[in-house]
Each structure stands twice: as C-alpha cells, then as structure tokens.
Design a protein around this ligand. Structure first.
Ligand SMILES: C[S@@+](CC[C@H](N)C(=O)[O-])C[C@H]1O[C@@H](n2cnc3c(N)ncnc32)[C@H](O)[C@@H]1O
Length: 202
C-alpha cells in the first residue's frame, strides 16, 4: 500500500520531515515499509504492533488497545487499515472521535473498512452474520464473540461526517474483497467489499 498511500497523501499533504504518523492496528502487515521510513524522516507510532520488529529502530510503538492508550502527541496522518471495524457497536464512535481529537488541524485520517453488500455470505460454520445489526460473530471454544462490524457504505459516510471529518476520497471497489476470520486467503464473492477513504480534519 505504500505507493497508494504516498500518491494519495501527496495530493493533499507532502510527507516531509517532522511529520507525525500514527498507525492503529498494523498487526504483522504495517502500511509503511522500511524503505518509506528510511527515505522520510517522519515520526511513526503504532498501536498494537504485533509483528515485524525490524521496523523498531525507525519508530516507537505501544502494544496496547488504542482506546486505552494515552497518546500525548497530535498527528498529521492517522492510518487505520481494518482495525476500526473490529470495535464493537458501543466503542466504534468513541474510537473515531479519538482519532479526530488526535489529529492536527488539516490532518488526514486514512482508512480501510469491510463493507456490506446484498450477497454477503460466510460459509464457515464458526462464523455467524447478523444482517440486522451488521455484526459478524465468531464461535471459538464455545464462546461467542463479536469480530467485525460490516455496515453499508452510507453508515461509514455518516459516522465520518458526524465526527466532522471532511471526506476527500471514498472508494468502494466491488472487485476488492476483505477476507474475514478465515485462514484461506483466496477471496470469495460472498466476502465483504472493501472501502478505502481519505478524510481530513478541517
Ligand atoms: C484485520 S487486522 C488488520 C491488520 C493490518 N492493519 C492489515 O491491514 O493487514 C486488525 C488489527 O487491528 C488491531 N486492533 C483491533 N482493535 C484495536 C484496538 N482497539 N487497538 C489497537 N489495535 C487494534 C488487531 O489487533 C489487528 O492487529
């Protein structure tokens, strides 16, 4: 995603020295590569960094829940690839509000989110999708837990607007899929669609 991220953010904001970037929930697949961090002297913070320790020397990270982490800086760019949709229905709003508060004026919030469509289908018997609530549940060792919120695009649009974000890009490409909670990495027609958005705090 480096190239896309660069292209898109450069339209609005030059990624130059002294830019503060926060990535929430990179897992073992961070958006910014070593190559990027070597060529851009940004401050890169991550929350819940579980993989790729090779990035350690370039940035600071906090292994904790974003909602429970007290971050003392403000950021020019916040990246959230598929972590926001893992929040439950009660904490979703708190989460996006916190992103807004942590951004500097004119700062960008760049995200990706799973999106509902009419032929959504999960074939695994440990997954259950509640069409009314748009919530995906998973059953593991007899315990049922919420794993994803998969709303229609309009819901994300209204969540962002409600939190006073200006939407600059909002791209739902139905040929791109998000694979949820299964190990086989081949996308299926029934998987949720993919949404990419670029927003700004004005
Ligand atoms: C579906 S994975 C996406 C990983 C990576 N961003 C990517 O694009 O491949 C979601 C990640 O978000 C993290 N996450 C979910 N909720 C979080 C929270 N409240 N605070 C920090 N990280 C969170 C999870 O631990 C996981 O690493």
């Amino acid at each position: 995603m480096d190239q896309d991220l660069l292209k898109i953010t450069e339209e609005k904001k030059k990624i130059s020295d002294n830019v503060n970037i926060l990535e929430i929930g990179p897992g073992n697949n961070p958006s910014l590569s070593i190559n990027f961090l070597e060529t851009h002297k940004c401050t890169y913070h991550t929350v819940d960094f579980t993989g790729l320790n090779s990035l350690n020397k370039y940035h600071q990270h906090f292994i904790s829940d974003f909602l429970l982490t007290e971050l003392k800086r403000s950021y020019d760019i916040i990246i959230d690839r598929c972590a926001w949709h893992e929040q439950d229905l009660f904490t979703r709003h708190k989460y996006v509000k916190k992103i807004y508060c942590l951004l500097k004026k004119d700062g960008c919030f760049i995200g990706e989110h799973a999106i509902y469509h009419k032929s959504i289908k999960f074939e695994e018997d440990y997954l259950l999708f509640d069409e009314d609530k748009k919530v995906l549940y998973q059953q593991k060792n007899g315990i049922i837990e919420t794993v994803k919120y998969i709303p229609e695009t309009q819901q994300i649009e209204s969540d962002l607007k409600l939190n006073k974000f200006e939407i600059l890009k909002f791209i739902c490409d139905p040929t791109k899929k998000i694979i949820c909670n299964r190990s086989i990495p081949t996308p299926r027609q029934g998987d949720p669609d993919h949404l990419y958005f670029l927003t700004q705090k004005s």
